[in-house]
Design a protein around this ligand. Structure first.
Ligand code: UTP
Length: 297
């Protein structure tokens, strides 16, 4: 029997302080790359991977996120009445079936691990995916779909991993691996935000996971870790100390850290350049700007 993953958790309860003042009233996940909010990219990736149940862990001030996935009957009628069928089709990509989406609240931002543990009752005794919407991955085959296919063979817990520069390792969960020459590889250990020079490798965990009910159960014993927060990394690492399999997955694609301003701007340019309706104008503008900048140096 194939191992199936049909539930995904989207932790969106963080404060988003790096985007203040915007995030005072706009949830980070509603911010747009060109014309689609970050959360739409995450949902589309989950759908492509076969996810059927979408669980959002939200917090106060995030109602715009719930509204985004609701029907917009007035807008739909207005577009239909004026024959704007293309726009109507775009609008309908945001529709979710009733019952497919659940919102639960994390009352205090106690960390990513804590946010995931808030969904424990909805997950029950099943494997589940976790998607962090501020990690956006451009790929021919969506990243989570690549992982779900690999997981059918491996089982266990699986984390998406990518190489980062040695000076950046202290910003990530870092993997301790035996050999990382394959796309799927076994993990000996993992450490959240290691101090400079103490990282066991330069393979960093990014925001895509497939996890088992065991990982969820581990939260019963996990206390605050790095940064005074309940860390997801610690609950996954606890699997290794209980002799259960944890795999790293080297995905194919380009990841953008849209939780940071630089990453968000890079993603905006990359996604705009991938669009036929925008590429030529943007290319001309960027070329002119760089020429002016060079001449001024
Ligand atoms: P980040 O580390 O990016 O934190 O969280 P943040 O609050 O979103 O943003 P900054 O650092 O203040 O700018 C990574 C992911 O974990 C979620 C966030 O919503 C984001 O998807 N998260 C984090 C929670 O859901 N709850 C938390 O307590 C912490």
């Amino acid at each position: 029997m194939k191992r199936k993953v049909t539930k995904a958790i989207f932790p969106v309860a963080g404060l988003g302080t790096r985007f203040l003042p915007a995030t005072k009233s706009v949830p980070k996940e509603i911010m747009t790359l060109v014309d689609r909010p970050l959360i739409q990219y995450a949902i589309d990736e989950a759908r492509a991977a076969g996810i059927e149940d979408f669980i959002f862990v939200t917090s106060r001030g995030k109602t715009a996120l719930e509204d985004y996935f609701d029907l917009a009957p007035d807008l739909e009628s207005a577009l239909a009445a004026s024959g704007k069928t293309e726009l109507l089709d775009i609008l309908r990509t945001t529709n979710m079936d009733s019952g497919a989406i659940a919102y639960i609240r994390q009352h205090k931002p106690l960390g990513l691990g804590h946010a995931v543990s808030c969904a424990s009752k909805l997950i029950g005794n099943e494997p589940f995916a976790v998607i962090l919407p501020d990690d956006v991955i451009a790929a021919d085959k969506p990243c989570l779909q690549q992982m779900v296919e690999a997981y059918e063979d491996t089982g266990g817990a699986m984390v998406a991993a990518m190489e980062v520069a040695p000076e950046k390792t202290s910003s990530y969960g870092i993997l301790d691996v035996k050999a990382d020459d394959k796309s799927v590889f076994s993990i000996n250990g993992m450490v959240e935000k290691p101090a400079q020079g103490k990282a066991p490798s330069n393979l960093a965990v990014i925001g895509r996971y497939i996890l088992t009910p065991h990982v969820m159960a581990n939260f019963a014993h996990i206390t605050k870790g790095a940064g005074g927060e309940v860390q997801l990394t610690d609950a996954i690492a606890a699997e290794i100390s209980q002799d259960r399999n944890v795999f790293g997955f080297r995905f194919e694609g380009q990841r953008f850290d849209c939780g940071s301003k630089a990453g968000f701007l890079q993603a905006t340019v990359a996604f705009a350049m991938a669009r036929d309706d925008l590429r030529d104008d943007l290319y001309a503008y960027l070329s002119d700007m760089m020429a002016v900048d060079k001449a001024a140096q």
